[in-house]
Design a protein around this ligand. Structure first.
Ligand code: SF4
Ligand code: SF4
Length: 117
């Protein structure tokens, strides 16, 4: 499953630079599939959804830092544990029970975003 940031977030910004998938954004900032990944132009995500990687996407939160779930791999393929949760001083990066994915699915997402390793 993806990791979600709860409204306990104190906007310290510690998690954002730690994300290997550039899945974390400051509240009210736009996000893009292309940010920090190899994705360019029109792509079909492992989920089957077709998107333009360079198109700006609406912020998921206007108040606190947020995670774009399509880009979160729980850090699989890079680290042993979710780096955002490891650095968060208030423990507000938690598993999103609504977005459950298998290890294979998470690794598939990671390879899709970073085919060159
Ligand atoms: S778990 Fe890892 S990939 Fe997901 S948002 Fe946190 S740092 Fe990024
Ligand atoms: S580390 Fe935690 S408190 Fe700081 S911005 Fe990230 S989620 Fe919010």
């Amino acid at each position: 499953m993806a990791i979600i940031i709860t409204d306990e977030c104190i906007n310290c910004g510690a998690c954002e630079p730690e994300c290997p998938n550039t899945a974390i954004y400051e509240g009210a900032d736009d996000w893009r599939y292309a940010d920090g990944t190899s994705l360019k132009g029109k792509v079909v995500l492992p989920s089957g959804k077709e998107v333009d990687a360079e198109e700006t996407q609406e912020p998921i939160s206007d108040e606190v830092y947020y995670i774009a779930p399509d880009k979160c791999t729980e850090c699989m393929g890079f680290h042993e544990e979710p780096q955002c949760a490891a650095v968060c001083p208030v423990d507000c990066c938690v598993p999103d029970e609504d977005i459950v994915e298998t290890e294979d699915e998470l690794l598939g997402k990671q390879r899709f975003m970073h085919p060159d390793g």
